[in-house]
Ligand binder design. Sequence first.
Ligand SMILES: Cc1cc2nc3c(=O)[nH]c(=O)nc-3n(C[C@H](O)[C@H](O)[C@H](O)COP(=O)(O)OP(=O)(O)OC[C@H]3O[C@@H](n4cnc5c(N)ncnc54)[C@H](O)[C@@H]3O)c2cc1C
Length: 434
Amino acid sequence: MKVIVLGCGIIGTSSAWFLKKQGHDVTVIDRQPGPAQETSFANGCQISVSHAEPWANPSAPLKVLKWLGKEDAPLLFRPRAELLQWLWGLQFLRECTPARTANNIRQIVAISEYSRQTLRALRAETGIQYDCLTKGILHFYTDQKEFDNSLPAAKLMRDLGCPRESIAADEVVRREPALAGIRDKIVGGDYTDTDESGDVYQFTTGLADRARAAGVQFQFNTTITRLLTEGTGAAAKITGVEIIDAAGRHSVLKADAFVMAMGSHAQALLKPVGISLMIYPGKGYSATYRITRPELAPTVSLTDDGYKLVVSRLGDRLRVAGTCEINGYGRDLNTALCAAITRRTRELFPDACDYENPVYWTGLRPLTPSNVPYIGKTRFDNLFLNTGHGTLGWTMGAGSGRAIADIVSGLTPEVDFAFTGIARNQQKNLLQPA
Ligand SMILES: Cc1cc2nc3c(=O)[nH]c(=O)nc-3n(C[C@H](O)[C@H](O)[C@H](O)COP(=O)(O)OP(=O)(O)OC[C@H]3O[C@@H](n4cnc5c(N)ncnc54)[C@H](O)[C@@H]3O)c2cc1C
């Protein structure tokens, strides 16, 4: 079957890889000059199954209210005259009930764990080098109340098969000695040794290279402007995608099936064909520093709970990422936020990095209110979704690609997840703990 994948971030690239493995004739289209140039470029780089709690949880409404108008808030909702933003906000509130949060956590853990296992297998199969570290993720707390609140969440993760252990402050520093300088501020932590970190950009470009060698076609510098449809009701299908290529020429590309993997921009193409997804961009920041004293920089991937920052060591670089602004599609850098990230990183690891020459970046997380992505079918029987991976697209990426390839091929994915447009009783529950 000829399949066109729309978008070449981590999600589109892994979809293309697994579709090719299933024997399809695959083309990937992206407006950028290469793979992983947008949200999959410089994120926090954590493969974080252990922190699957979505931002929408029972404690969120109060926190979001408290943070309204606070420039350096970890999650900042900036109200706009935009219907989608308000509808998204209302649905976010709806997802904060204990029952919905618990169900969302189960979904996120299932696809994330499946994805972590898939990524490990892919790494072994392809040998892609991406500054991967399999030293776990250590989440540390500097506020007693937040640490106390984390204990039931950690237990829930353990109940779901994810080995997230709650640990005392001394144990936090024993696991990552680079935190010794702030030992007196740390009140506790949790540690999951099965979690990992690694450079999402290097991985995605490495996978795209191997996919190309296996016969996948990549068409870069090509903007997708429209989905073309024919028929109605059960007979409705997508006949092609309208594109503007690198030379500025309009044309239509035809295929038997189409996989939507355009992250935050999926909505713009789907809405005109009558598919409304609840995806809104959540702008996040990262800073990358050159490590000058390797012995003082962390090697375990970290989450600084108080500042909602994640820290990953990528070879001789330190990546620090965080913040989320719900405020449209702009990607401009707010210099105050950039400075706040550097200030905090310097406080944590004062002599580890060159803080004078940071590389700052912003990206748009494709956020669903629940943080559960759309993976599955649509009312067009040849249009498939793999989008809306929010805060965890790298974590869920490999597994989402594998699952959508199964769905496109008419197979049942080997993970118990609420796939879009597929009844749960037609799904398997085959996920095995690692
Ligand atoms: C600051 C920050 C930190 C993060 N940290 C982590 C982390 O530690 N762990 C984790 O798991 N996740 C993390 N994430 C989330 C993760 O980065 C995203 O979920 C993931 O990158 C989404 O991948 P994607 O392929 O769906 O989207 P993208 O990477 O954005 O890919 C979509 C592609 O579609 C293309 N496209 C869009 N519109 C068009 C068009 N009209 N025509 C042609 N092409 C088009 C774009 O060029 C792009 O290449 C973080 C995100 C941010 C912003």
